[in-house]
Design a protein around this ligand. Structure first.
Ligand code: PMV
Length: 330
Protein backbone atom coordinates (compact mmCIF):
# COMPACT_ATOMS: atom_id res chain seq x y z
CA UNK A 1 0.00 0.00 0.00
CA UNK A 2 1.17 3.54 -0.55
CA UNK A 3 1.10 6.13 2.22
CA UNK A 4 -2.35 7.48 1.37
CA UNK A 5 -3.80 3.98 1.14
CA UNK A 6 -2.39 3.21 4.58
CA UNK A 7 -3.92 6.41 5.97
CA UNK A 8 -7.28 5.57 4.35
CA UNK A 9 -7.18 2.02 5.71
CA UNK A 10 -6.67 3.40 9.22
CA UNK A 11 -9.32 6.12 9.05
CA UNK A 12 -11.83 3.81 7.36
CA UNK A 13 -14.02 4.38 4.30
CA UNK A 14 -17.07 6.59 4.31
CA UNK A 15 -16.13 8.87 7.19
CA UNK A 16 -14.93 11.74 5.07
CA UNK A 17 -17.47 14.37 6.03
CA UNK A 18 -15.64 16.88 8.20
CA UNK A 19 -17.12 18.82 11.08
CA UNK A 20 -16.23 22.46 11.66
CA UNK A 21 -13.00 22.09 13.62
CA UNK A 22 -10.79 19.72 15.56
CA UNK A 23 -8.39 20.61 18.36
CA UNK A 24 -5.80 18.45 20.12
CA UNK A 25 -2.74 18.72 22.33
CA UNK A 26 0.31 16.40 22.29
CA UNK A 27 3.53 16.39 24.32
CA UNK A 28 7.10 16.25 23.04
CA UNK A 29 9.04 13.13 23.95
CA UNK A 30 12.64 12.19 24.61
CA UNK A 31 13.83 8.70 23.78
CA UNK A 32 15.68 6.77 26.48
CA UNK A 33 16.26 3.93 24.00
CA UNK A 34 16.61 5.57 20.61
CA UNK A 35 14.88 5.10 17.30
CA UNK A 36 17.87 5.14 15.00
CA UNK A 37 17.44 3.72 11.51
CA UNK A 38 14.45 3.00 9.30
CA UNK A 39 13.53 -0.18 7.55
CA UNK A 40 11.14 1.84 5.38
CA UNK A 41 11.86 5.52 4.80
CA UNK A 42 8.52 6.36 3.14
CA UNK A 43 6.26 5.29 5.99
CA UNK A 44 8.76 5.68 8.83
CA UNK A 45 9.13 2.07 9.90
CA UNK A 46 12.01 1.72 12.37
CA UNK A 47 14.65 -1.00 12.46
CA UNK A 48 14.13 -1.47 16.21
CA UNK A 49 11.59 -0.68 18.90
CA UNK A 50 12.27 2.37 21.08
CA UNK A 51 11.19 3.79 24.43
CA UNK A 52 10.57 7.40 25.43
CA UNK A 53 9.31 9.64 28.17
CA UNK A 54 6.79 12.32 27.22
CA UNK A 55 7.57 15.76 28.57
CA UNK A 56 4.12 17.17 29.32
CA UNK A 57 3.32 20.02 29.73
CA UNK A 58 5.76 20.84 26.91
CA UNK A 59 4.11 20.21 23.58
CA UNK A 60 1.94 21.45 20.75
CA UNK A 61 -1.70 22.44 20.55
CA UNK A 62 -3.23 22.29 17.09
CA UNK A 63 -6.51 23.47 15.71
CA UNK A 64 -7.55 22.32 12.22
CA UNK A 65 -10.44 23.58 10.09
CA UNK A 66 -11.66 23.13 6.54
CA UNK A 67 -10.74 26.24 4.55
CA UNK A 68 -11.60 27.92 1.28
CA UNK A 69 -9.03 27.86 -1.52
CA UNK A 70 -5.60 26.78 -0.37
CA UNK A 71 -4.01 25.40 2.78
CA UNK A 72 -2.58 27.72 5.39
CA UNK A 73 -0.37 26.95 8.37
CA UNK A 74 0.12 29.28 11.32
CA UNK A 75 2.66 28.43 14.01
CA UNK A 76 2.85 30.55 17.16
CA UNK A 77 0.85 33.29 15.41
CA UNK A 78 3.19 33.39 12.42
CA UNK A 79 2.14 32.34 8.94
CA UNK A 80 4.52 29.59 7.74
CA UNK A 81 5.29 29.53 4.02
CA UNK A 82 4.00 26.38 2.38
CA UNK A 83 7.18 26.40 0.32
CA UNK A 84 9.37 26.09 3.44
CA UNK A 85 10.50 22.59 4.51
CA UNK A 86 8.11 22.68 7.51
CA UNK A 87 5.23 23.94 5.33
CA UNK A 88 5.86 21.29 2.70
CA UNK A 89 5.88 18.50 5.28
CA UNK A 90 2.52 19.64 6.62
CA UNK A 91 0.95 19.95 3.14
CA UNK A 92 2.20 16.47 2.17
CA UNK A 93 0.75 15.10 5.38
CA UNK A 94 -2.62 16.76 4.74
CA UNK A 95 -2.62 15.22 1.22
CA UNK A 96 -3.08 11.84 2.92
CA UNK A 97 -6.46 12.90 4.28
CA UNK A 98 -8.12 15.19 1.72
CA UNK A 99 -11.56 13.78 0.86
CA UNK A 100 -11.09 15.34 -2.57
CA UNK A 101 -8.10 17.15 -4.08
CA UNK A 102 -9.80 20.55 -3.62
CA UNK A 103 -10.29 20.24 0.13
CA UNK A 104 -8.07 22.80 1.87
CA UNK A 105 -7.17 23.02 5.54
CA UNK A 106 -6.28 25.81 7.90
CA UNK A 107 -3.87 24.70 10.63
CA UNK A 108 -3.26 26.86 13.68
CA UNK A 109 -0.59 25.47 16.01
CA UNK A 110 1.09 26.80 19.08
CA UNK A 111 3.96 25.24 20.94
CA UNK A 112 5.43 25.97 24.36
CA UNK A 113 8.61 24.02 23.65
CA UNK A 114 11.56 26.34 24.40
CA UNK A 115 12.70 27.24 20.91
CA UNK A 116 16.41 27.09 21.66
CA UNK A 117 16.40 23.87 23.65
CA UNK A 118 17.25 21.73 20.64
CA UNK A 119 14.07 19.74 20.96
CA UNK A 120 12.30 18.67 17.84
CA UNK A 121 8.73 19.85 18.14
CA UNK A 122 7.83 17.86 15.01
CA UNK A 123 6.96 14.81 17.13
CA UNK A 124 4.35 16.69 19.17
CA UNK A 125 3.34 18.62 16.04
CA UNK A 126 2.39 15.58 13.95
CA UNK A 127 0.81 13.78 16.93
CA UNK A 128 -1.37 16.83 17.66
CA UNK A 129 -2.25 17.19 13.97
CA UNK A 130 -3.26 13.52 13.64
CA UNK A 131 -5.43 13.79 16.75
CA UNK A 132 -6.96 17.11 15.61
CA UNK A 133 -7.85 15.57 12.21
CA UNK A 134 -9.45 12.64 14.05
CA UNK A 135 -11.72 15.12 15.83
CA UNK A 136 -12.41 17.17 12.69
CA UNK A 137 -13.53 14.10 10.72
CA UNK A 138 -15.12 12.28 13.68
CA UNK A 139 -13.11 9.13 12.99
CA UNK A 140 -13.08 8.23 16.71
CA UNK A 141 -9.85 6.27 16.30
CA UNK A 142 -8.23 4.30 19.11
CA UNK A 143 -4.80 5.38 20.32
CA UNK A 144 -3.05 2.62 18.36
CA UNK A 145 -4.47 3.94 15.09
CA UNK A 146 -3.67 7.53 16.05
CA UNK A 147 -0.10 6.48 16.77
CA UNK A 148 0.18 4.93 13.28
CA UNK A 149 -1.23 8.10 11.67
CA UNK A 150 1.20 10.30 13.64
CA UNK A 151 4.08 8.04 12.56
CA UNK A 152 3.27 8.74 8.90
CA UNK A 153 4.21 12.39 9.63
CA UNK A 154 7.33 11.76 11.71
CA UNK A 155 8.61 8.52 13.23
CA UNK A 156 9.01 9.75 16.78
CA UNK A 157 5.53 11.36 16.60
CA UNK A 158 4.07 7.87 17.07
CA UNK A 159 5.23 8.12 20.71
CA UNK A 160 3.83 11.63 21.28
CA UNK A 161 0.24 10.37 21.25
CA UNK A 162 0.76 9.37 24.90
CA UNK A 163 1.95 10.77 28.21
CA UNK A 164 4.38 8.94 30.47
CA UNK A 165 6.74 6.15 29.43
CA UNK A 166 5.96 4.94 25.91
CA UNK A 167 7.20 1.99 23.88
CA UNK A 168 7.09 2.14 20.10
CA UNK A 169 6.91 -1.38 18.65
CA UNK A 170 8.96 -1.84 15.49
CA UNK A 171 6.60 -4.51 14.13
CA UNK A 172 7.20 -6.65 11.04
CA UNK A 173 4.34 -5.88 8.66
CA UNK A 174 5.60 -4.16 5.45
CA UNK A 175 2.61 -1.76 5.67
CA UNK A 176 3.39 -0.97 9.31
CA UNK A 177 0.02 -1.96 10.72
CA UNK A 178 1.80 -3.53 13.71
CA UNK A 179 4.17 -0.56 14.09
CA UNK A 180 2.65 1.67 16.75
CA UNK A 181 3.42 3.07 20.19
CA UNK A 182 1.83 2.13 23.50
CA UNK A 183 1.85 3.69 26.94
CA UNK A 184 3.69 1.62 29.53
CA UNK A 185 1.88 1.08 32.84
CA UNK A 186 4.50 2.77 35.04
CA UNK A 187 4.29 5.99 37.04
CA UNK A 188 7.42 7.48 38.57
CA UNK A 189 6.48 10.72 40.32
CA UNK A 190 10.03 11.78 41.26
CA UNK A 191 11.57 11.19 37.81
CA UNK A 192 12.92 14.45 36.33
CA UNK A 193 14.28 15.55 32.96
CA UNK A 194 16.13 18.87 32.65
CA UNK A 195 16.97 20.48 29.32
CA UNK A 196 20.43 21.99 29.00
CA UNK A 197 20.89 24.15 25.95
CA UNK A 198 24.36 23.92 24.45
CA UNK A 199 23.68 25.56 21.11
CA UNK A 200 20.61 26.95 19.41
CA UNK A 201 22.24 27.06 15.97
CA UNK A 202 20.49 25.31 13.10
CA UNK A 203 21.84 21.74 12.80
CA UNK A 204 24.20 21.31 9.86
CA UNK A 205 22.53 17.99 8.97
CA UNK A 206 18.95 16.98 9.82
CA UNK A 207 18.33 13.94 12.02
CA UNK A 208 16.51 12.35 9.09
CA UNK A 209 19.56 12.71 6.80
CA UNK A 210 22.03 11.71 9.54
CA UNK A 211 19.98 8.60 10.29
CA UNK A 212 19.85 7.51 6.64
CA UNK A 213 23.57 8.18 6.11
CA UNK A 214 24.48 6.21 9.24
CA UNK A 215 22.41 3.19 8.24
CA UNK A 216 23.93 3.28 4.77
CA UNK A 217 27.60 3.76 5.63
CA UNK A 218 28.44 2.97 9.26
CA UNK A 219 29.93 -0.46 9.94
CA UNK A 220 29.31 0.07 13.64
CA UNK A 221 25.61 0.42 12.85
CA UNK A 222 25.51 -3.32 12.08
CA UNK A 223 25.74 -3.93 15.81
CA UNK A 224 23.05 -1.37 16.66
CA UNK A 225 19.86 -3.48 16.29
CA UNK A 226 21.00 -6.15 18.78
CA UNK A 227 22.31 -3.46 21.11
CA UNK A 228 19.06 -1.48 21.02
CA UNK A 229 17.00 -4.61 21.70
CA UNK A 230 19.07 -5.46 24.78
CA UNK A 231 18.98 -1.84 26.01
CA UNK A 232 15.20 -1.74 25.66
CA UNK A 233 14.71 -4.79 27.88
CA UNK A 234 17.14 -3.46 30.50
CA UNK A 235 15.41 -0.09 30.44
CA UNK A 236 11.96 -1.58 30.92
CA UNK A 237 13.21 -3.58 33.90
CA UNK A 238 14.78 -0.43 35.39
CA UNK A 239 11.60 1.62 34.90
CA UNK A 240 9.45 -1.11 36.46
CA UNK A 241 11.71 -0.96 39.54
CA UNK A 242 11.97 2.88 39.45
CA UNK A 243 15.74 2.41 39.65
CA UNK A 244 17.34 5.68 38.50
CA UNK A 245 20.84 4.14 38.37
CA UNK A 246 19.72 1.29 36.14
CA UNK A 247 17.62 3.54 33.90
CA UNK A 248 20.22 6.33 33.76
CA UNK A 249 23.07 3.97 32.93
CA UNK A 250 21.35 2.30 30.04
CA UNK A 251 19.80 5.52 28.64
CA UNK A 252 23.17 7.30 28.69
CA UNK A 253 25.00 4.37 27.14
CA UNK A 254 22.32 4.01 24.47
CA UNK A 255 22.63 7.67 23.46
CA UNK A 256 26.43 7.45 23.35
CA UNK A 257 26.24 4.29 21.22
CA UNK A 258 23.93 6.07 18.79
CA UNK A 259 26.44 8.92 18.49
CA UNK A 260 29.23 6.36 18.01
CA UNK A 261 27.42 5.01 14.93
CA UNK A 262 27.16 8.58 13.61
CA UNK A 263 30.90 9.13 14.10
CA UNK A 264 31.51 5.93 12.14
CA UNK A 265 29.40 7.04 9.19
CA UNK A 266 30.98 8.39 6.01
CA UNK A 267 31.22 11.34 6.06
CA UNK A 268 31.20 11.30 9.85
CA UNK A 269 28.34 13.09 11.61
CA UNK A 270 29.42 15.03 14.67
CA UNK A 271 26.81 17.16 16.47
CA UNK A 272 28.87 17.77 19.60
CA UNK A 273 30.24 21.19 20.50
CA UNK A 274 33.10 21.79 22.97
CA UNK A 275 30.44 22.73 25.53
CA UNK A 276 28.75 19.35 25.03
CA UNK A 277 31.92 17.57 26.16
CA UNK A 278 32.45 19.96 29.08
CA UNK A 279 28.89 19.31 30.23
CA UNK A 280 29.32 15.54 29.96
CA UNK A 281 32.53 15.74 32.01
CA UNK A 282 30.73 17.78 34.63
CA UNK A 283 27.88 15.24 34.77
CA UNK A 284 30.40 12.45 35.26
CA UNK A 285 32.23 14.38 38.01
CA UNK A 286 28.98 15.04 39.87
CA UNK A 287 28.07 11.38 39.52
CA UNK A 288 31.50 10.33 40.77
CA UNK A 289 30.81 12.45 43.85
CA UNK A 290 27.67 10.42 44.59
CA UNK A 291 24.68 11.97 42.79
CA UNK A 292 22.57 9.73 40.53
CA UNK A 293 22.77 12.02 37.50
CA UNK A 294 22.72 10.74 33.91
CA UNK A 295 22.07 12.21 30.49
CA UNK A 296 20.71 11.51 27.06
CA UNK A 297 21.16 13.33 23.75
CA UNK A 298 19.44 13.25 20.39
CA UNK A 299 20.63 14.25 16.93
CA UNK A 300 22.08 17.56 18.14
CA UNK A 301 24.52 19.04 20.65
CA UNK A 302 22.08 19.61 23.52
CA UNK A 303 21.87 17.56 26.69
CA UNK A 304 18.91 16.22 28.64
CA UNK A 305 19.67 15.42 32.27
CA UNK A 306 17.98 12.47 33.98
CA UNK A 307 17.67 12.40 37.77
CA UNK A 308 15.26 12.24 40.70
CA UNK A 309 13.48 15.07 42.49
CA UNK A 310 15.71 14.77 45.60
CA UNK A 311 18.68 16.04 43.54
CA UNK A 312 16.79 18.74 41.67
CA UNK A 313 18.12 21.74 43.65
CA UNK A 314 21.72 20.70 43.29
CA UNK A 315 21.35 19.99 39.57
CA UNK A 316 19.52 23.23 38.79
CA UNK A 317 22.23 25.13 40.66
CA UNK A 318 25.03 23.41 38.75
CA UNK A 319 23.56 23.48 35.24
CA UNK A 320 20.98 26.30 35.15
CA UNK A 321 18.84 24.23 32.77
CA UNK A 322 16.36 25.98 30.52
CA UNK A 323 13.60 24.02 32.09
CA UNK A 324 13.04 21.00 34.31
CA UNK A 325 10.11 18.71 33.57
CA UNK A 326 8.62 16.34 36.15
CA UNK A 327 6.53 14.20 33.79
CA UNK A 328 4.36 12.48 36.42
CA UNK A 329 3.80 15.52 38.58
CA UNK A 330 0.16 16.49 38.52
O1 PMV B 1 11.33 11.21 14.22
P1 PMV B 1 12.58 11.84 13.75
O2 PMV B 1 12.77 11.68 12.27
O3 PMV B 1 12.70 13.27 14.22
O4 PMV B 1 13.85 11.05 14.41
C1 PMV B 1 14.18 11.14 15.76
C2 PMV B 1 15.46 10.47 16.06
C3 PMV B 1 16.05 10.70 17.45
O5 PMV B 1 15.49 11.83 18.08
C4 PMV B 1 17.54 10.93 17.31
C5 PMV B 1 15.85 9.48 18.35
C6 PMV B 1 14.47 9.26 18.91
O6 PMV B 1 14.17 8.09 19.20
O7 PMV B 1 13.71 10.22 19.09
Amino acid sequence: MNKREIAQTITGPGKTEPGTEGTAVAPINIALCKYWGKRDELINLPVTSSLSISLSPLGTKTDVRIAEGTDSFVLNDQEISLESPAGQRVVEYLDLFRPDPHTAFHIDSSTNVPVAAGLASSASGFAALAMALDKLFNWNLDTRSLSILARLGSGSASRSVFDGFVEWHAGEDPDGMDCYAEKLPYEWPVFCVALVEISSEQKYISSRAAMAQTVRTSKLYRGWPARARADLEELKAGIAEKDIVRVGRVAEANALAMHATMLDSRPAVLYWKPETIKTIEKIWAIREAGTALYFTMDAGPNIKLLFEECDRDLIEREFSPQTTVVPFFS
